[in-house]
Design a protein around this ligand. Structure first.
Ligand code: ASP
Ligand code: MG
Length: 405
């Protein structure tokens, strides 16, 4: 059996017309003798509407019941797609997560996949049916319906590809691949033919929104190549694959920016062992997610620590920091909300000199002050004033990715 797993996102199945178009596309694969397994998201903005609906009852719904509610979105789209395939003369059958025994842990709203039984899927494929599986959902060991976190259908698809022994998984979205920058910011970014799992994860962490990160982690772990394509055209997309198998390696493969974080600075805290541990333990105990951290030494055994937190955690983080200020006799707690983290990401960084220097020079040439810097193996990030976000991304893209660079 030549099995292919395809996932269609919300926009791709947003209307009955779009669903019919997807059915036509699938028909093409059936005619080319593929055994097709399709994973779909809920139609359009259905999941958002369902969340809004629950809020009309309560601001604090039971997590179990919220998953029960949200899972209905995908149940609509699988049935609609099956009907659309039937209309084109193709035999198809839809399954919910529970029907294919997509088992997860019991962590509602963010469940992790533990196993998927392939029996029912393979049985239907052997009867020449297209198998349509609801994305984003599973069941826990007590048969409660769970969901995998927003955007989780990507992960469902990659997991299915993996258990069905497919090397490749096609993910259809409204963009036709992974670009070197956000097309809304940079006029004509380049569509990458290939990108490594690590770069994709790093870009996602630093603000690019293409794939659900968990799906990429899953793909990396189980060695599944993800083809990101558009359901609106037939162009080649981008393949997310192992670093070692890539044909072309650029120094930088993407420039991105992330807006939803704020910077906090604790000034003049004691410069001795255990202080940073205390600060970040306290933040962790309050379930505050910290991203970038910079410590600088001042005079007289004092140090200052700056770090970024999600904007949504800022109020909570400031309360914790005011407490720490008293405890550690810091001189002040400052914060700045309108910051942006601009980053350049690329595996090529591992083998080339001077990338950081080039990045800082570009920012300085545009009189942009760097407030914080952090690096990873394949990424460099700078915190700058949010005012300069677009300017910085454009300039960095020009430096690293436009003509002859
Ligand atoms: N429908 C779900 C969501 O919007 C899952 C998905 O789209 O992948 O988050
Ligand atoms: Mg979606």
């Amino acid at each position: 059996m030549n099995i292919i797993v395809q996932k269609y996102g919300g926009t791709s199945v947003g209307t009955p017309e779009r669903i019919k178009a997807v059915a036509e596309r699938i028909k093409g694969y059936v005619e080319r003798k593929y055994s097709v397994v399709v994973v779909v998201s809920a139609m359009g903005k259905t999941t958002d509407s369902l969340i809004a609906l629950s809020k009309e009852i309560t601001q604090n719904p039971s997590k179990r019941e919220l998953d029960m509610l949200l899972s209905t979105g995908e149940q609509v789209s699988i049935a609609m797609l099956a009907m659309a395939l039937h209309e084109t003369g193709i035999d198809a059958i839809s399954f919910t997560g529970s029907q294919v025994k997509l088992m997860t842990d019991g962590n509602f709203a963010n469940a992790k996949i533990e196993s998927i039984a392939t029996g029912r899927i393979k049985d239907s494929l052997s009867k020449n049916k297209v198998v349509i599986v609801a994305g984003f959902q599973g069941i826990d060991e007590d048969e409660n319906i769970t969901t995998l976190g927003r955007g989780g259908s990507d992960t469902s698809a990659v997991a299915l590809a993996s258990v069905l022994g497919c090397r490749d998984c096609e993910i259809y979205t409204d963009v036709d691949g992974v670009y070197t920058a956000d097309p809304r910011v940079v006029g004509d970014p380049v569509k990458l033919k290939e990108i490594s799992y690590d770069e994709m994860l790093e870009l996602a962490r630093l603000g690019a929104k293409v794939l659900h990160s968990r799906s990429v982690e899953f793909a990396k772990k189980y060695n599944v190549r993800i083809h990101v394509k558009s359901s609106f055209n037939y162009e080649e997309g981008t393949i997310v694959m192992p670093r070692e198998e890539m044909m072309e390696k650029f120094v930088i493969s993407g420039v991105t920016s992330k807006k939803d974080e704020a910077k906090i600075t604790l000034r003049d805290i004691p410069d001795r062992p255990g202080i940073a541990a205390e600060v970040f333990q306290e933040l962790a105990d309050n379930k505050i997610y910290v991203n970038m951290i910079v410590q600088s030494t001042g005079q007289g055994n004092k140090a200052s620590i700056s770090f970024t937190v999600l904007n949504s955690d800022l109020t909570k983080a400031l309360i914790v920091c005011e407490d720490l200020k008293k405890k550690l006799s810091a001189t002040s707690v400052d914060h700045k909300k309108d910051i942006v983290i601009v980053s350049a990401v690329g595996v090529g960084m591992l083998s080339s000199y001077g990338v950081a220097g080039r990045m800082f020079k570009v920012l300085s040439d545009h009189s942009i002050n760097i407030e914080m810097i952090s690096t990873s193996e394949i990424g460099i990030s700078c915190v700058i004033d949010a005012l300069y976000a677009e300017l910085a991304v454009k300039a960095l893209h020009k430096e690293f990715l436009e003509a002859g660079k």
